[in-house]
Write a protein that binds this ligand. Structure first.
Ligand SMILES: [Zn+2]
Length: 244
């Protein structure tokens, strides 16, 4: 049987499907990935996202952060993969999404249950008083941007290297790894921990694993039951036709 058809049948027959997404789902929205030969880390120093470095010299790291996450990500729009996942949630085909992305594109596409394991770039948090504000309402050319309430340093509301995974996303993600009977991995290769533990825990709890990635990943051949080779939007369009 065609593997797309087999995956669609599994999705339709599952009790609780969770989509687990990574950088690959946003590539077709124009957001480059961090890793790999043409990834952002080949052009920028990942140390600018180290929390100690940021706290020590925010005036050096903020311009780089602004370049990558605001001037650049700010232009991105959801693609068919985001759109179809949002429709599947509306139609009861998936229970929700766990994403490692910080680009807000699942929410932009209309998804409502999105556990953002690494936080979100759209908001900034004041490291002194804890107030949150939209990056879009903040002058990011003031280096570093400061909290208008207390004057404290503002930090993007996503996880820096050396920081803990935010709650409640962390707990919700690990709970889903126990509840779901099908995990749909999209555009994530399993290199980044601790997020990469979630599908493995789901598998141990009996979940069926469908993987969408252009190339085999660390999940393929270890926990994946069906690997659909291709881009996220292309494969999701195919599945969407078959699942209806
Ligand atoms: Zn403040």
């Amino acid at each position: 049987m065609d593997s797309c058809q087999a995956a669609a049948d599994r999705i339709r027959g599952a009790r609780r499907v969770i989509a687990f997404t990574g950088a690959g789902v946003s590539v077709e929205s124009g957001i480059p990935s961090f890793r790999g030969k043409t990834g952002l880390w080949s052009r920028y120093d990942p140390e600018c996202l180290n929390i100690d470095r940021f706290l020590r010299s925010p005036e050096q790291t903020w311009p780089v952060i602004r370049d990558i996450f605001y001037d650049y990500f700010g232009q991105a729009r959801p693609n068919d993969a985001h759109r179809i996942l949002s429709e599947w949630e509306r139609d009861g085909l998936i229970a929700g999404i766990i994403t490692q992305n910080i680009d807000n594109l699942h929410f932009d596409a209309g998804s409502r249950v999105v556990h953002e394991f690494h936080g979100n770039s759209r908001t900034l948090v004041c490291l002194r008083c804890g107030a949150r504000r939209l990056a879009a309402d903040t002058d990011l050319h003031a280096i570093p941007p400061l909290c208008p309430i207390c004057g404290g340093l503002l930090k993007p509301d996503f996880v820096f290297f050396g920081e803990a995974i935010p709650e409640p996303a962390r707990t919700q993600a690990f709970d889903e790894a126990e509840l779901a009977d099908l995990f749909l991995l999209i555009g994530t290769t399993g290199e980044v921990g601790p997020a990469n533990l979630i599908p493995r825990i789901a598998k141990r709890n009996g979940a069926y694993i469908v993987e969408i990635n252009p190339e085999p990943s660390l999940y393929t051949g270890s926990i994946t039951d069906i690997h659909l080779a291709g881009g996220a939007a292309e494969i999701m369009r195919k599945l969407d036709e078959l699942v209806r």
